[in-house]
Design a protein around this ligand. Sequence first.
Ligand SMILES: Nc1nc2c(c(=O)[nH]1)N[C@H]1C(S)=C(S)[C@@H](COP(=O)(O)OP(=O)(O)OC[C@H]3O[C@@H](n4cnc5c(=O)[nH]c(N)nc54)[C@H](O)[C@@H]3O)O[C@H]1N2
Ligand SMILES: Nc1nc2c(c(=O)[nH]1)N[C@H]1C(S)=C(S)[C@@H](COP(=O)(O)OP(=O)(O)OC[C@H]3O[C@@H](n4cnc5c(=O)[nH]c(N)nc54)[C@H](O)[C@@H]3O)O[C@H]1N2
Ligand code: SF4
Ligand SMILES: [Mo]
Length: 706
Amino acid sequence: MSQGKKIVRSSCRGCHGVCQVLVHLEGDRVVKVTGDPESPTSRGYLCPKGAAAPEVLYHPDRLTHPLRRAGKRGENRWSKISWDEALHEMAEKFVRVKRESGPEYLAIGQGTGRPYIEFTLRFAHAFGTPNFVAPGHVCYIPRVQAAGMTLGQLPVCDIYGFGGEAPACVLLWGCNVTESGSADGMCGGMLARALRKARRVIVVDPRRIGPAERADFWLQLRPGTDGALALAMIHTIITEDLVDHDFVDRYAFGFDKLAEHVRPFTPKWAEPITRIPAEIIRGAARMYATTKPACLQWGNGVDMNGCNFQTARALLTLSAITGNVDLPGGDVLWVAPTKVKPKSLFVNRDQGGGQFLSPGMKARMVTAGQFPLADFCHPPMFWQSVKSGKPYRVRAMWIVGSNPLLTQTQSLTIERALREHLEFTVVSDFFMTPTAQLADLVLPAATWLEQDDVVSLHKIWCVLARKKVAQIGEARDDRDVIFDLAHRLGLHEAFPWKDRKQYLDWLLEDTGMTFDEFCERGILVGEMRYHKYREEGFHTPTGKFELFSTVAEHLGVAALPVYREPVLSPVSAPGVAAKYPLILIAGNKIREFFHSEGRQIASLRSRNPDPLVEIHPETAASLGIEDGDWVWVESPSTRVRMKARLFDGIAPDVVNAQHAWWFPEEDPPEYGWKRSSVNLLFGDAGFDPDTGTEPLKCYLCRVVKE
Ligand SMILES: Nc1nc2c(c(=O)[nH]1)N[C@H]1C(S)=C(S)[C@@H](COP(=O)(O)OP(=O)(O)OC[C@H]3O[C@@H](n4cnc5c(=O)[nH]c(N)nc54)[C@H](O)[C@@H]3O)O[C@H]1N2
Ligand SMILES: Nc1nc2c(c(=O)[nH]1)N[C@H]1C(S)=C(S)[C@@H](COP(=O)(O)OP(=O)(O)OC[C@H]3O[C@@H](n4cnc5c(=O)[nH]c(N)nc54)[C@H](O)[C@@H]3O)O[C@H]1N2
Ligand code: SF4
Ligand SMILES: [Mo]
């Protein structure tokens, strides 16, 4: 038997993925993953999740065979079945639901951006169901939509220096990737490098994150008031005439209206809302407007409040009026490698008309008409509809790579819906989870070390190669499973390739490389061009950067950015705040875990064994709480048990509680998930009226010692 050592170049997918890595093999066994120092996307960076990939791969609790429920739901009795039986059963059930009730009676669920996403929505479209349940409304999609309407494409922070310039100023707004590892195609290691090189750094975060310690300005705003801060910065830049008139006059639409609109939003107006002194707001606005090029690196801090689309529009406005759009070192519109075919979520690229669902499909969605910008099913209302049967009750669901009991709100409603109301649920996962425990069929999914892939998801100008180096049990790539099922259902038009191997070759065919040759190369980079709007304009109805959004106006959404107070805050709900005086941030991303993942991985869990809540030392002292004490975090809905971690980088009336905790070492079917999952604290109101987002980063609670 050969025990030869070998190194295979690949790209990690322990999170959204961006880091290129070296996979070290001894014989067939993966023994180590290290960062690839030659990678242009990550330059050798590797976070603990990437390093733990072999531990995930070989973990004894991995699902290795399709399982069919043998007892009652949640009894944890399963029988192993073959893939053929599993797919046969799915095809049979899905066809029956479609025939008897209609395609919308099947819902497709997924989690965050993972390899499967290129086929989950495509499958839903092809099957004909608009009921697609995903976390996009709290994550990223509001920014994508705001950018799509405002300038046609999501801009990204130009940290790679293809244009010969690095950002001189980085505006880091509600984003913590230097600590968590990476998000949305931005590598934390690369961002840390850009922050070190930048002359100026401005951090907007209620917590003193790493980069805040060295920042020129750390704006410790009250959670959920980002929109007010951004409006006051726009006000300052316009009234002090720090505007890039050339850009605004020639390439922007609606500047006069904007100037008129922001007149009342003075720094003095914003001061009591945000708790940032007016003079500091002015100072930060001046620094941002006068240090060129500047880029905006933003994150979930912008998304998880009741005003996210509007706040995202205000931040894009800041970039435009200071002339930082699509210039080297600024906020750029990426150029993908032209020869690799783009992956499409749609059966036909034009089908969506720029939206995720066509208007006809949208109208049939079970949560249709609730929010003007909700392109997917609104998850909390979706689960309510399964429980209530109104306006109709979806009958079957396939959840691919998501753990909604932990990562969504309305957890108890979800539990009931899965246990009592759905007729047939399939869950695809690496491990058994509290959600999978309530399924009828559980399918074992392949991790990134078990996948061949042409990786082109996130918004950077390259595609990466990923090479399959292992096979655990009968685990399969989700996309192979979708392929197989789609073919059984006769959905050949949407899945015209024989199999995924043929699909990968098709993606690459214009490059002249086979998949294996591409793997040797590892990366293909697009040819970056800047200032594209000078020739092409922006892809908006006016062809300009729409400071005033004609699309938003058409949809009945405020066309110039507005600020809305969080629904449950000391300002909007003083009565509730009298009993629940602390502002709750329901978690930032944890370095060792990916949402609910990783709790069974010893090397990761040992670094963060318990669910933590950050609390200011003075507040803790006033409550008789010491570092490491167990406490209850309580909201008007319920309470969860967490361990106090004293942190003076958070305001005395703000706490930050880690999300998505369960305990794989405890007994199934619950694995203790009802004890410490912070999402149990959320009620069923307070949604953003445009996008339906839940206020995950600005709620109210109190903390008491256990
Ligand atoms: N309170 C609070 N709630 C939040 C957040 C927060 O910050 N605070 N963040 C929100 C955000 S931004 C998001 S995107 C969502 C994320 O929500 P989810 O995506 O549901 O989160 P995960 O816990 O990562 O669930 C993924 C499950 O899929 C499995 N899995 C991982 N990769 C694959 C794969 O490739 N295939 C398959 N079949 N299974 C896989 C994992 O083992 C895990 O059980 O959570 C949201 N919920
Ligand atoms: N290790 C690890 N990496 C991940 C993930 C993970 O679970 N673990 N999840 C991935 C996913 S799906 C996503 S979406 C990304 C998200 O990555 P990020 O965008 O970095 O998201 P968070 O860490 O949730 O929050 C970012 C920052 O927002 C701050 N914040 C909280 N409330 C507010 C507020 O009201 N305003 C402002 N301005 N800031 C606020 C928090 O203190 C935190 O520092 O990370 C991805 N990467
Ligand atoms: S940041 Fe993400 S892609 Fe990079 S090593 Fe960590 S898990 Fe892998
Ligand atoms: Mo996310």
